[in-house]
Design a protein around this ligand. Sequence first.
Ligand SMILES: Cc1cc2nc3c(=O)[nH]c(=O)nc-3n(C[C@H](O)[C@H](O)[C@H](O)COP(=O)(O)OP(=O)(O)OC[C@H]3O[C@@H](n4cnc5c(N)ncnc54)[C@H](O)[C@@H]3O)c2cc1C
Length: 508
Amino acid sequence: MNTAHPDFDVMAASRSRHHAIVIGSGFGGMASAIRLAAKGYRVTLLEKLDALGGRAYTYEQDGFKFDGGPTIVTVPELFQELWTLCDRRLEDDIDLRLMNPFYRIRFDDGKIFDYTGDKEENLRQIRDYNPRDAEGYERYLKASADRHKVGFALLDKPFSTFGQLLRFAPDLVRLRGDQSVYKLVSRFIKDDYLRMAVSFHPLLIGGNPFTASSLYSLISHLEVTGGVWSAMGGTGRIVEAMGNLMKSQGTTIRLNAEVDQITAESGRVTGVRLKNGEQLDAELVISNADAAWTYRQLLSETKRRKWTDKRVDKAHFSNGLFVWYFGTNKQYHDIPHHSIVLGPRYKGLLTDIFRHKRMTDDFSLYLHRPTATDPSMAPDGCDTFYALVPVPHLDSGTDWTTYAEIFRQAVEARLEATMIPELGKHLATSLMLTPLDFQNRLNSVKGAGFSFEPRITQSAYFRPHNESEEVKGLYLVGAGTHPGAGMPAVLSSAKVIDNLIPAVAYAH
Ligand SMILES: Cc1cc2nc3c(=O)[nH]c(=O)nc-3n(C[C@H](O)[C@H](O)[C@H](O)COP(=O)(O)OP(=O)(O)OC[C@H]3O[C@@H](n4cnc5c(N)ncnc54)[C@H](O)[C@@H]3O)c2cc1C
C-alpha cells in the first residue's frame, strides 16, 4: 500500500470504494489504474481497442509476434514500483535482458557505431572517428548527468502552478535549457558522425534534436547508468502482466468501450458517456487518451477556458510514424536487437519533417529485430522485424491510403541495400501502420506519434497539466501531459497523479 500521503486514509478509501474511471490502456492508463486500485479506489478501465497496451498493442500474423510500439525499456524501476504496490516482484513476471549494443547506428556511407553500455568501448570507437572527441564525450556525459539531476527529479512532480515554474527557472537558465540537444552535443563533440550518434535521443520521444531543449539530453545519462533493456516475450509481455496485476486488484477492464464524452456538472466531472450511449458515473476520471484529443473531443460539451479548440489547433505536434512490421523466412544473425539506419541528411530531413511537414524521398529509420534476443517472437528459422520511419504528421497532406504501399516499397529497398540483403525474396509476412492509423485507431490528433512535441514552450508547466485546468476531478496521464512521451515518462505521469489525488479526492 502507498504510504506516501500522510493526509490520506487508505482504509477509509477502501471502505468508501470511490469510483475512478480510467480512459485508455496505454502504459500511463494502466499504471494509473494500478496506483488508484492500490489506494482503495474501485477502478474501471475503458479501452477503445480490443486489447490492452495503446501504442504497445501487439500484433500476431502468420506466427510472427510484433510489438506495435515501444521496445526499448529504460528505468525498469518504474515498473517495479507498480509490482511492489501489488506486493509482487517484477522479476517473477518479466525477464528483462540488457542490450549489447544498446543500438547499432549505421551512417549513410555504411560506417557503423555500436553505442553500448560500456563507456570504454564507446570511447574506443569515438577515437576511431575523431580522437579529440573522446574527452568531449566524457564532458558531454557530465553535462547530461547535470541535466538528469535537475530534470529527472521533476518527472514525477506536478507542474501545475506558475510558482513551480519559477522555482525551476534558475536551473533552466543555468543549464541552458533554451539550447537544443544538438547544440549541447556540438559544444563537446566536433565530428559530424558522432554528433548524430549522440544527439538523436529526442526522436525517441517525438522531439527534434535541433529544437528539443537540451534538458532532454538527460536520456543519455539514463541509458549509460541504468542500461537499455528489452523484455523476453516482447513489450507485449509487460502489457499482459500489467493486465494481470489490474485483474488481481479487482479492476474492471472493459475492451471495445470507447468514451464519447467526459461528463461534468458545475465544474466537476460526473463520469463518462460511452459511444454506445451508456453513462458511467465516477468521482474521478483519469484520461489516458491523447491530451489534445481529450480536450478537443472528449470534453467538447464542456466550456473550456485554457485548452480551447483554438489553442489545441495552434499547438505543435510531434512527428508522425510509419511502421512496417515484417517477418522473414530466414535469419539475419548479424543484425542486433536495435539498429538505427541514418539517411543522407540529418538536419535537413528533420526540418522537412518537423517544420515544413514535407514528405521527402530520403528517410532515416529505426530497425527492431527482437529475434536477436528472443527466438520465440518468430517461427523456427525466421526473423521478426519492424522498421519505424519518422515522417511528418498529417498536416503533410499525404494520402496514406494510397502512399503507404509505395513508401513501404521504398523502405524495403533501403533495407535491402543496407542491412537486410535479399529482403524481398525472404519476406514472409507484412503489416503497416501510418499516421492515419494513429489518428483513427489511437485517437491521436494529427496522427502524431507522440502527441504534443517536446519543445521548451510545450514542456512542464506549458503542457496540459496532469490535474485538469478545466474541470475538477479530471486528471491527465500519458504522452500529451507532463512529463511527456516514452515509457518512463508516461509511467511517471501516473506517479504524478498518485501524488495529487488523495488530497484532491477528499478535499471536495
Ligand atoms: C512505434 C513506437 C515506438 C516507440 N518506441 C518506444 C521505445 O522503444 N521506448 C519508449 O520508452 N517509448 C517508445 N515509444 C513511446 C511510447 O510507446 C509512448 O509514449 C507510450 O507508450 C504512450 O503511452 P500512453 O500512456 O500515452 O498511452 P497510449 O499508448 O497512447 O494509449 C492510449 C490509449 O487510449 C485509448 N483511447 C483513446 N481514446 C479513447 C477513448 N475515447 N475511449 C477509450 N479509449 C481510448 C487508445 O485506444 C489507447 O489504447 C514508442 C512509440 C511508438 C508509437
